[in-house]
Design a binder for this molecule. Structure first.
Ligand code: CUA
Length: 363
């Protein structure tokens, strides 16, 4: 949060020069260190605050403990099972230690019969049963995870890049946003264009790595309509944390409509400002890296922008997709997501305005 806040301030300085500052949305200020000081002071309120924070984190668009599909539900049951077993083992060991410290304090320990039997039972047989039991439970979940519960509605391809997600549907390409029909499984083939990444949507599925020169796959199934946040789960460089995506589960008719819209090339804008923006994208360096189907822009280094205006976020989830953030991103995305491949674009303010207007029409 501290980093996003600082980046936002930097973007605000840059944007104020380009006349966009008033539309930069506010991100809440970085949290102060007050809770940490309160904890050191031993205030009971701080512990309560911590407890509430832990409990609220269980219910979020990115919580494995708030499942919305059969795969994540199975994993949640396994998690709670392993948690319960670990808690019982921890409690028994703790009670033994407390008993030894409190009840036997100062007493002379004399060797007694039965010691060997206690070591064999408590140190060998019980741990073996616990470990074998949890291992078998884990294996059965892994086996159930291997195949989807129904015939997949479609197969898509997700390719990891530093630091964004290319999503290839049969008829079009998009980025950082995966739409799926609710209650139907979708097969996802996973590849990487560079280093190892890991695809993880905690409310829907287990995580699977994207490994160079290797094809992996998983399936996604949401049985509740909703927006679920996914995140790269394998450290892949400076913007590993800034490599997020959304999975949007929709009713079948909405999903079909979205597929049909996305398959169409970009429409020619009627607004003169947006029309000028299209000329900017075709004549400037944008076209070397990005594709907008239906125009001369056909680069394949960065995300496909044909329906950019329909996406909810910028830069793989680091900022909302609105004109203020978009202006900052085009002018100098390095202030928002340092290290990403897109260089600053020193456009004239009127070209920048036109480009923003055009990109926002690409729905
Ligand atoms: Cu990609 Cu971490």
């Amino acid at each position: 949060m501290q980093k996003i806040y600082l980046c936002q301030q930097l973007a605000r300085v840059k944007l104020s020069r380009a006349g966009w500052a008033s539309s930069v949305p506010d991100v809440p200020a970085a949290p102060s260190t007050r809770p940490a000081r309160a904890l050191r002071g031993g205030r009971p309120g701080a512990l309560l605050l911590l407890g509430v924070a832990v409990l609220t984190s269980c219910s979020s668009p990115q919580s494995a403990l708030d499942p919305a599909g059969p795969s994540a539900r199975r994993l949640e049951a396994l998690w709670w099972g392993l948690f319960a077993v670990s808690a019982v083992v921890w409690l028994v060991v703790l009670l033994c230690i407390v008993y030894a410290l409190v009840r036997r304090r100062g007493q002379e320990v004399k060797p007694r019969g039965g010691g060997t039997r206690a070591v064999v039972v408590a140190g060998l047989i019980i741990p073996t049963l616990v470990l074998v039991g949890t291992f078998v439970a884990t294996l059965s979940v892994m086996r159930a995870e291997a195949e989807p519960p129904d015939e997949p509605a479609l197969t898509i391809e997700v390719i990891g890049h530093l630091w964004w997600w290319e999503v290839r549907y049969p008829d079009f390409v998009t980025a950082n946003e995966i739409h799926i029909p609710v209650d139907r499984s979708v097969r996802v083939e996973l590849r990487t264009a560079d280093v190892i990444h890991s695809f993880w949507v905690p409310p829907l599925t287990s995580k699977t790595d994207l490994i160079p020169n290797m094809d992996n796959e998983l399936w996604l199934l949401a049985d509740e309509v909703g927006v679920y946040r996914g995140q790269c789960a394998e450290f892949c460089g400076a913007q590993h944390a800034g490599m997020a995506f959304l999975v949007i589960a929709q009713p079948a008719d909405e999903f079909d409509e979205w597929m049909a819209d996305q398959a169409r090339p970009a429409e020619t804008p009627t607004d003169p400002l947006a029309l000028r923006g299209r000329e900017v994208i075709e004549s400037q360096s944008c076209a070397a890296c990005h594709t907008v189907r239906g125009t001369e822009a056909d680069g394949d280094i960065g995300p496909d922008l044909t329906h950019f205006g329909s996406r909810r976020t910028l830069g793989a989830g680091v900022a909302p997709n609105d004109p203020g953030w978009l202006g900052g991103w085009i002018s100098n995305s390095q202030t928002i997501k340092p290290g990403n491949l897109m260089p600053p674009q020193p456009l004239a303010p009127e070209d920048l305005n036109a480009l923003i207007a055009y990109l926002e029409t690409l729905e």
